[in-house]
Design a protein around this ligand. Structure first.
Ligand SMILES: *Cc1c(COP(=O)(O)O)cnc(C)c1O
Length: 483
């Protein structure tokens, strides 16, 4: 049975955690005055905050998903050896069983797989079509002389949409591109649960169509399966034809359509590491050749054997609907609560997290005042909640020094899987709501020190007026001496 065990509480469906808490980490919630100091000391950049000063860390889902008792138990039994570790044999067996591929190759994390793929397959002048890019994927393709062509559907760029599969590839555009540029295309990349457009899935039917087109031209499909668990969940609950399929069956169907699969096990498998899979002997040999050079011996690929054990168990657990539903159901709950309060949020709910639309949240800010960055600073001050800016601040300046204005200004609030409780989500909704009521107080940010590359990681900014003091004052007036 697949049914989500949502209980009805006074008519309101509430998603249920199908796990219980066994080990906890203490959190603290500091007074707002302290939160403002800490945010300013971190240059109003959430990347520079220290975790100990944060109540709800919604920066990312990478390497921070909760692990299960069975994962931890397996880690204790890991077999330490440079070559031929039993732990690797176990991972090989588990992943072959799940993906039905003949060969597996270990790498230390997702981008390491991208490095190897790009080196093996991408030449100067090549074009890599994909449903949407991911930062590290694109960087590896560019550095090897290739370019990325994104073939998303018009729905993908709409903040509010009812399209259940915003991660689909535009198959007409793919057909046209392959007819014209076939010789320059070494592979087509599909990303499960497209990260940068809000964890939005593709449908199995879409993948089938992509495969049919690629087969006509003999072009392989590479699947980035880092966010596969969410995509599996969405195929099961949103794709009518798959509602009676098991997660194992859906995984097998996806895998059969793809020639090479790779993923970050910091996400898929709830551990830390990465994996590549294929049944093509030639690809396997080409890929394997680079593993000892960049990763480590071919039976650990830069991972610790403990993590290898945890990935095996994590992959098995991903086949359990009760496990993979938790993240998307909690995110959907949060998105619906925000929508009820008319707070601008990306819809439909995806995997990965909840995305506030800063352009509409604080429309009085200019893009050069970094709306999503300001909202991130404001939300930390209001609630000790850490999000990630995805907007103009994350862009690189144009060669002439002018700002490259991002198409969207989002504050991403990631929900690492099985980490937060329902009351923490309700707390987050409440603070976002308070902030929305007081949105007119939120002002912009300006640079104090701006690095030339990847400025969003370590750049420092300050408020462009005394808006943060005003926000703190209003908070005190409304909340009294509560935190
Ligand atoms: C995180 C991620 C990667 C990179 O994986 P790392 O383990 O962080 O190197 C690649 N693709 C997608 C879709 C991701 O979400």
């Amino acid at each position: 049975m697949n049914m989500s065990n949502k209980i009805s509480f006074f008519g309101e469906p509430v998603p249920l955690e199908m796990h219980k808490v066994k080990i906890v980490q203490k959190l603290s919630l500091n007074p707002i005055e302290e939160r403002q100091l800490v945010m300013n000391a971190a240059g109003n950049n959430t990347f520079l905050l220290k975790n100990e000063n944060i109540f709800l860390d919604m920066l990312s889902d990478s390497g921070v998903n909760a692990m299960s008792d069975n994962q931890l138990a397996a880690m204790m039994q890991s077999d330490d050896s440079y070559a031929g570790s039993k732990s690797f044999t176990k991972l090989e067996e588990t992943s072959k069983k799940i993906f039905k591929k003949d060969y597996i190759i270990p790498v230390h994390q997702g981008r390491a797989a991208e490095n190897i793929l790009a080196r093996v397959f991408v030449k100067q002048g090549d074009i890599i079509p994909m449903n949407y890019h991911f930062t590290t994927t694109k960087a590896h393709i560019l550095i090897n002389g290739g370019t990325v062509v994104e073939l998303f559907t018009p729905e993908a760029m709409k903040m509010s949409s009812a399209d259940p599969f915003k991660g689909n590839m535009d198959t007409d555009a793919l057909r046209k591109l392959l007819e014209k540029e076939k010789a320059k295309i070494p592979f087509v990349r599909m990303e499960a649960g497209t990260n940068l457009i809000g964890g939005q899935p593709f449908s199995l039917e879409n993948l089938r169509q992509v495969k049919a087109i690629c087969s006509e031209h003999n072009i392989p499909i590479v699947l980035d399966a880092s966010l596969l668990s969410d995509n599996l969940y969405f195929i099961k609950v949103r794709e009518e034809a798959q509602k009676d399929s098991s997660i194992e069956e859906i995984t097998k169907q996806i895998s059969d359509l793809c020639d090479i699969i790779y993923f970050s096990a910091r996400k898929l498998g709830s551990a830390r590491g990465g994996l590549m899979l294929t049944s093509n002997r030639k690809y396997y040999e080409q890929i394997l050749e680079l593993v000892p050079l960049f990763e480590g011996f071919i039976t650990y690929g830069g991972m610790s054997v403990r993590e290898i054990e945890a990935i095996s168990v994590g992959l098995e657990e991903t086949m359990d609907f009760d496990m993979i539903k938790h993240g998307p159901e909690f995110i959907e709950f949060m998105v619906k609560e925000l929508e009820k309060r008319n707070i601008p949020v990306v819809t439909p709910a995806g995997g990965l997290g909840c995305h506030l639309n800063a352009k509409e949240f604080i429309p009085h800010l200019k893009p050069t005042e970094y709306p999503a960055g300001s909202l991130g600073a404001a939300l930390f001050i209001a609630g000790s909640i850490r999000g990630m800016e995805r907007g103009t601040l994350s862009e690189e300046r144009n060669p002439d020094g002018s700002e490259h204005i991002a198409e969207v200004e989002l504050l991403r609030l990631a929900l690492p899987r099985r980490v937060f409780t329902m009351s923490q989500i309700k707390y987050a909704v409440d603070r976002i709501h308070w902030l929305y009521e007081n949105r007119n107080l939120i002002g912009g940010l300006k640079w104090v020190s701006e690095p030339k590359i990847l400025r969003f990681f370590v750049g420092r900014l300050e408020a462009n007026s005394d808006w943060q003091e005003k926000l703190v004052k209003k908070f005190r007036a409304d909340f009294g001496d509560s935190l």
